[in-house]
Design a protein around this ligand. Structure first.
Ligand SMILES: Nc1nc2c(c(=O)[nH]1)N[C@H]1C(S)=C(S)[C@@H](COP(=O)(O)O)O[C@H]1N2
Ligand SMILES: [Mo]
Length: 539
């Protein structure tokens, strides 16, 4: 057999990538009709769900809120490489290439079958990986056939030409052409070009359908939601918040609010199809639609949310004004039975979060929130409804895209994060953070103003102290207390700053007199501890 020309190999690899794109676009378009996950998202979700805890912690540490983009980017690189390999191999061994594509299709089908992020029936959802595989294989074969004609047919010889010789790769062929030169006459350019255009058209149409029909129904629905005035409004903002440029703003704008969840694609839950079921150990099951939820007694409260994954000094805390329905109102109406100690909360994307019942019923403003900072919940913060429980880390309380609350016992289920080595119960730990100066900033001696935030949700922060190097602890100034469920901003000024390098450390004391421990603990299993410090220099 004649060695295929190198240029054929590269064309074939490109054909593989094009066939892959067409297959994925067709499969994704199919998914917009079936309501199931697209093949890429299904595989991504499967990776997320099966990533061991330590690796997930690593990813969150390394990539922070970009972890999803990094995962999807990594998957794209692997997919392009595999598609190119399929094309490359397929030039001479089409069966192996088809086998590779089918194997990837089976993988996507398995991921789709176990996907919990949509409620599409499995049999219907499996159409997407099926279409991807069929279109991918068909496109690959169509593209390779014209290339194979040129790759494997010995170049035509005319009478009088020398007999074909054993040729080594890189040698010129009998007509004096070397691999990489113009393609031989056996290459059916016209047919190849037709196949390329056809495949590209399939890819474009598939991508177009995915874009148009895949746009979120939730976004349209959210634009039409009007949040009624709350029966119980939040108290007026205390005077004197935001005392220093550069520290976290007292209320965190929605676009700056940290986001932590496992959803590669934000769940698409239009308000008009949303239902909340409250059931389990109750006297009477409740089911509410969104209009009914809005008709309930609404409260407006400022509450600071915090993620258990926050490292000392980390960014995963934010303060917002929430409007919602007190959870206790609904639970009382349902009638919680003796013996229950937990709420098993489930989201539209299958997240299961366990929340202690006692905490929700102890009088704090635990709510099913529908608005955040004066707007319906942003899609990525749980539209149309989520839980917010003052004083508990998000992973045990703040279920976004909430659709189901089962009153039950912790002993009777395992929550998503608990399965992954995080504590079952997790009140937010007392913490303080320096926002200004930033690490390694250089400041003028006459203006060393420092500041940040401190939180002890549902207990309240009483004092904040700072220390320069090994000097004495000095009291920081606190903005007036808003409520015990929010953070407090603090500032301090170093009047006779000495030039040179310094370290600034902060610690807070809560309203019960507990001072933050200096013991450094990592976030796992129930939240980090330790003092935050930054190094800076004075000119
Ligand atoms: N459905 C769902 N809800 C979820 C999560 C999730 O992964 N899925 N993550 C929880 C975690 S760990 C936190 S800290 C908060 C974060 O809420 P935010 O993204 O609105 O800041 O949401 C909680 N609710
Ligand atoms: Mo979290």
């Amino acid at each position: 057999m004649v060695e295929p020309m190198a240029s054929h190999r590269f064309l074939a690899a490109g054909a593989g990538v094009l066939a892959g794109l067409a297959g994925l676009a067709a499969g994704s378009a199919t998914a917009t009709f079936t309501g199931g996950p697209t093949p890429v998202i299904a595989v991504g979700n499967a990776v997320v769900a099966r990533t061991p805890g330590f690796l997930k912690d690593f990813a969150v540490r390394q990539f922070g809120e970009n972890d999803k983009a990094v995962l999807l980017g990594g998957m794209a690189v692997v997919l392009v490489a595999l598609a190119a390999v399929a094309g490359w191999i397929g030039l001479t061994r089409p069966r192996v290439a088809v086998g590779l594509v089918v194997a990837l299709g089976v993988l996507a089908a398995l991921a789709t079958a176990v996907d919990t992020t949509t409620s599409a029936p499995i049999a219907v959802a499996l159409l997407a990986p099926l279409v991807t595989t069929v279109v991918g294989v068909a496109a690959l074969l169509q593209l390779l056939r014209p290339l194979q004609a040129g790759a494997t047919q010995p170049v035509e010889r005319r009478p009088g030409d020398a007999a074909p010789l054993e040729r080594r790769p890189g040698d010129a062929d009998p007509l004096g052409r070397r691999p990489g030169d113009d393609l031989p006459s056996g290459f059916d350019r016209r047919r190849f070009l037709t196949a390329v255009l056809g495949t590209a058209a399939v890819a474009a149409v598939g991508a177009g359908i995915t874009r148009t029909l895949g746009t979120s129904g939730a976004a349209v629905s959210r634009a039409g939601v009007k949040i009624p005035a709350p029966a119980s409004a939040a108290p007026a903002l205390p005077a004197g918040v935001d005392p220093l440029e550069g520290i976290s703003s007292y209320l965190t704008p929605n676009r700056d609010f940290y986001r932590v969840d496992t959803a590669l694609l934000v769940p698409d839950v239009p308000a008009d199809t949303w239902r909340l079921r409250i059931h389990g150990d109750v006297d009477q099951e409740l089911e509410l639609d969104f209009a009914e939820l809005l008709d309930e007694r609404l409260i407006e409260r400022r509450i600071t949310l915090t993620c258990v994954s926050n490292e000392v000094g980390g960014p995963y805390a934010g303060n917002a004004t929430w409007i919602g329905v007190p959870l206790a109102d609904l639970l009382r109406r349902a009638g919680v039975r003796e013996g229950a100690d937990a709420l098993k909360c489930t989201s539209a994307d299958g997240m299961v979060i366990g929340t202690p019942l006692e905490v929700v019923l102890d009088g704090r403003d635990a709510m099913i929130a529908i608005a955040m900072n004066g707007e319906p919940l942003p899609l990525d913060h749980g539209f149309p409804a989520r839980m917010v429980v003052p004083g508990l880390y998000g992973y045990v309380s703040a279920t976004k895209w909430l659709v189901d609350i089962e009153v039950t016992r912790f002993a009777d289920f395992t929550a998503y994060w608990t399965e992954r080595g995080w504590a079952e119960q997790a009140p937010i730990k007392l913490a303080s953070r320096i926002d200004v100066p930033r690490s390694f900033e250089s400041l003028a001696a006459d203006a060393v103003r420092v500041g940040g935030v401190a939180w002890a949700q549902h207990t309240g922060v009483d004092s904040v102290e700072v220390r320069v190097d090994d000097g004495p602890w000095e009291r920081a100034r606190l903005v007036p207390q808003d409520g015990i469920d929010t953070w407090r901003q603090w500032t301090w000024q170093w009047d006779d700053a000495s030039p040179g390098d310094h370290e600034l450390t902060v610690r807070a004391t809560d309203a019960e007199g507990n001072t933050q421990t200096s013991d450094r603990e990592p976030p796992r299993p129930d939240g980090s501890t330790g003092w935050h410090s930054v190094r800076f220099s004075v000119k």
